[in-house]
Ligand binder design. Structure first.
Ligand SMILES: [Zn+2]
Length: 180
């Protein structure tokens, strides 16, 4: 397959650098992206890294990401993010993983469902499933079938305790390979 992948937001510490809780979204998304990229390449896929580290605003980061994505003709466009807003100091329940797509009726939903399932299994967190989102710039503007993975919640202690970079990355790669 030909695949675009990027880590969401700007580089850690810069403007528009994502959510920070018990872990830092920008940092972790970049680690997961790097691992997924290596494994996809090792499996024989062509992979383009569309991560942006030099944006000057949120819109600038998004614009640059989409420009990089649309410069390549690919089968799949993957965005790696982490969720936030739970502010949970630990209640024994994970908030979990979800995958966003522009249109649930599209073929890309097969990949999204597989990723949500595999990541939930690998980390032992709740599978929040596939959600449709018509508002996200990345999903709206990219030409190829696109999906956005929210690996887990950076500010949910239960999620962060279960989170592991390698496990999350391996689950995403396994999921992509499983779709026929
Ligand atoms: Zn994000």
């Amino acid at each position: 397959m030909k695949i675009n992948i990027h880590a969401g937001h700007n580089a850690p510490g810069k403007k528009a650098c994502g959510a920070v809780g018990y872990i830092d979204e920008s940092k972790e998304a970049r680690k997961v992206k790097e691992r997924v990229k290596k494994m996809l390449k090792a499996a024989g896929n062509t992979v383009h890294d569309c991560t942006v580290d030099n944006g000057i605003s949120q819109l600038d980061v998004l614009n640059k990401i989409v420009k990089k994505c649309n410069a390549n003709k690919v089968d799949l466009d993957i965005s790696i993010h982490f969720n936030a807003c739970k502010q949970d100091k630990g209640d024994g329940k994970t908030k979990g993983v979800e995958v966003l797509v522009y249109n649930k009726k599209g073929q890309v939903t097969k990949y999204a469902e597989a990723i949500a399932k595999e990541v939930a299994n690998a980390l032992g967190v709740t599978n929040r499933g596939v959600k449709e989102d018509k508002s996200l710039y990345f999903l709206r503007k990219t030409n190829a079938p696109a999906l956005l993975v929210e690996v887990c919640f950076v500010d949910d202690k239960d999620d962060v305790e279960k989170y592991n970079t390698d496990k999350a990355a391996e689950a995403i790669v396994k999921a992509i390979a499983s779709v026929k």
